[in-house]
Ligand binder design. Structure first.
Ligand code: AMP
Length: 193
C-alpha cells in the first residue's frame, strides 16, 4: 500500500483519547512509509493527524475545495494541497490518490465520505478496500446498526463481511492488505440481488 485515505473529524470531540489515536496513526503511517491522503483540514482530529505524520517525516496530501481553502480551513504545511471545485470532486480526487480508505472517529462528514467509497466498492466501481479503525469501540454501535440492516435484507452480508474492522492501526492495515491481495471481494451488481 503506497497511500491510505483517512476520513476523520474536523473537530476534537470530547475525549482526548481521539486526538491521541489520530496522532498515533499519523506517526505510524509515516514510519511505515505510507502516504496520507486526507481532507486537508488544519482543525480537529484532521489537523492532529496531518501534524503528526508531517512531524514524523511522512507524505501528506490534502484535498480541499477552493471555497474551504479561502475560508482558511486548510492545513498550511502539507506536502501537497490539491484544490478542487466541489465536495464531489474532493472525494473523487481522494479516491484516485489512495489505495485504501479508513475512518477514524468523526461525524457527518466522516460518515458521508466513508459510506460513499464503501458503496462504490459494493457497486464494483473500484476494488480499494475500506475499514473502520474501531479504537475504544467507537464504531461498534454503528456496526450493530449495520448488522440490523443486513438482517433486514437491505445490506448484503458479503458487503458487511468485506468491511475491515480492527481496534488498532497495525491490525487494520493487515486486514486491508489481505483484501488488496484479492482475498476478499464483495459481491456486487447482480450478484447480491
Ligand atoms: P466531520 O466528521 O463532520 O467533522 O467531517 C469531516 C469533514 O468535514 C471534512 O472532510 C471536511 O469536509 C468537513 N469540514 C467541516 N468543517 C471543517 C473545517 N473547519 N476544516 C476542514 N474541514 C471541515
Amino acid at each position: 500500500m503506497r497511500r491510505l485515505a483517512v476520513f476523520l473529524a474536523s473537530s476534537d470531540g470530547h475525549d482526548p483519547a481521539h486526538a491521541h489515536l489520530a496522532a498515533g496513526v499519523g506517526t505510524e503511517l509515516a514510519r511505515r512509509g505510507i502516504g496520507l491522503v486526507y481532507g486537508g483540514g488544519r482543525r480537529g482530529l484532521m489537523g492532529v493527524l496531518a501534524d503528526s505524520a508531517l512531524k514524523a517525516g511522512g507524505e501528506v496530501i490534502g484535498v480541499m475545495p477552493r471555497d474551504m481553502v479561502e475560508r482558511e480551513w486548510a492545513h498550511e504545511r502539507v506536502t501537497e494541497l490539491l484544490m478542487c471545485d466541489s465536495m464531489h470532486e474532493r472525494k473523487a480526487l481522494m479516491a484516485e490518490h489512495a489505495d485504501a480508505f479508513i475512518a477514524l472517529p468523526g461525524g457527518l462528514g466522516t460518515l458521508e465520505e466513508f459510506f460513499e467509497v464503501w458503496s462504490w466498492r459494493q457497486l464494483g466501481f473500484h476494488t480499494k478496500p475500506v475499514g473502520f479503525l474501531d479504537a475504544g469501540s467507537f464504531w461498534t454501535p454503528l456496526l450493530g446498526a449495520l448488522r440490523g440492516i443486513a438482517d433486514s435484507g437491505f445490506l448484503p452480508v458479503s458487503t458487511l463481511d468485506d468491511l475491515a474492522v480492527a481496534p488498532d492501526l497495525p491490525s487494520l492495515l493487515d486486514a486491508l492488505e489481505h483484501r488488496l491481495r484479492g482475498a476478499s471481494r464483495p459481491a456486487h451488481g447482480e450478484d447480491f440481488r
